[in-house]
Design a protein around this ligand. Structure first.
Ligand code: F6P
Ligand code: MN
Length: 344
């Protein structure tokens, strides 16, 4: 079996940033192994521990454990300049002259911790741009040198891209080594499976409502075939399914206060997932523009996110375009002020 360590050696190109990725992912793979063992051992991992993260959500014990572990690994790797985490208000500056900047969601899917459902860690790796290191992670996603997510589930897996396709690894629980399962994942272009939190339906803007209504009409509607829903509630788990058999994932903006740009974070959720998805032949957009072209304006900024099978992402976006044309106004699945469903 080919190991992650062996595969990372192909990054020995003589270019500092590329070679730094070897040290980084060697360190992060060990950390993911440790976190996965902590999760398997159980205990009081979903206890609320008082503090609130950048979202205003109460932090759970495992959020903090994972953040501490990945921050320690970033420090020990000696290649990370700044560590910008969902669990920290500000970027942590580690070593000004180091080549890499990390944006990270240390524990994605916290609401699934105590129900034994897959959760994970999402990582975006950027070059150190110099200058004000507090702003260093605010780069467009197309600058990413690598993106990855670990899934702590029935198997502990890693989806990784360094810009040359997306590969899937599985941790061998007896040794902790990550072994290559699939090189060059290809997300099927078409799908009949979609993922959205339907409980927000009454709050969606009109393009999303019309798109989902047409999917629900199945073979009696304009799509002329039946669709199936899957919603796990951990981005990493829904994304894993899409990498393996296709599908479309939507977290659009909606009318709830603070959700006008959706729920997911641009720099440490949407960007890394978008890079991995595009490298696997899929698409990732906010309804109007490619996620990887969006210039971030704040560390914890949210974005609408639609990703997965290319043809279905295009279908979803076509409803947005129709609405924009009708109203002669550029809008996103989020940020616009037309056609909001009436509030009762
Ligand atoms: O990190 C945010 C997150 O937990 C994602 O993992 C997941 O896709 C989404 O939020 C679930 O949102 P909701 O609770 O609205 O279903
Ligand atoms: Mn998350």
């Amino acid at each position: 079996m080919v190991t992650l360590n062996a595969r990372l050696q192909s990054l020995k190109t003589g270019r500092e940033q590329q070679e730094a990725l070897i040290d980084l992912f060697t360190a992060f793979a060990d950390t993911a192994c440790k976190v996965s063992r902590i999760i398997s051992a159980g205990g009081e991992l979903s206890d609320t521990i008082g503090a609130q993260n950048s979202d205003g959500d109460a932090q759970k014990a495992l959020d903090v454990i994972a953040d501490d572990e990945f921050l320690a690994a970033a420090r020990a790797s000696r290649v990370v300049a700044t560590y910008c985490s969902e669990e920290q208000d500000r970027a942590v500056v580690i070593e000004e002259s180091a080549p890499l900047v990390i944006a990270i969601d240390p524990l994605d899917g916290s609401s699934n911790i105590d129900v034994n459902v897959s959760i994970g860690t999402i990582i975006s790796v950027l070059p150190n741009p110099g200058g004000d290191l507090q702003q260093s992670a605010m780069q467009t996603g197309s600058n990413q040198l690598a993106a990855a997510f670990f899934v702590y589930g029935p198997q502990t897996t890693l989806y990784l891209t360094t810009g040359n396709g997306t590969d899937l690894y599985r941790m061998d629980p007896s040794t902790g080594a990550f072994l290559l399962v699939k090189e060059g994942i290809e997300i099927p272009a078409e799908t009949s499976e979609y993922a959205i939190n339907g409980s927000n339906a009454r709050q969606w803007y009109s393009p999303v409502q019309r798109y989902i209504s047409d999917l629900l009409l199945g073979d009696e509607g304009p799509r002329e075939r039946n669709f199936n829903t899957r919603w796990i509630g951990s981005l990493v788990a829904d994304a894993s399914r899409i990498f393996n058999r296709g599908g479309v994932f939507l977290y659009p903006g909606d009318c709830r206060p603070k959700y006008e740009n959706g729920r997911l974070r641009l720099i440490y959720e949407a960007n890394p997932v978008a890079f991995l998805v595009e490298q696997a032949g899929g698409a990732a957009t906010d309804g109007v523009m490619r996620i990887l072209e969006k210039p971030p304006t704040a560390i914890h900024e949210r974005t609408a996110l639609i990703f997965g099978s290319k043809m279905e992402v295009n279908w979803a976006c076509s409803y947005e375009e129709e609405t924009c044309q009708a109203f002669d106004q550029a809008g996103l699945f989020g940020r616009h002020n037309f056609s909001a469903p009436e509030q009762k």
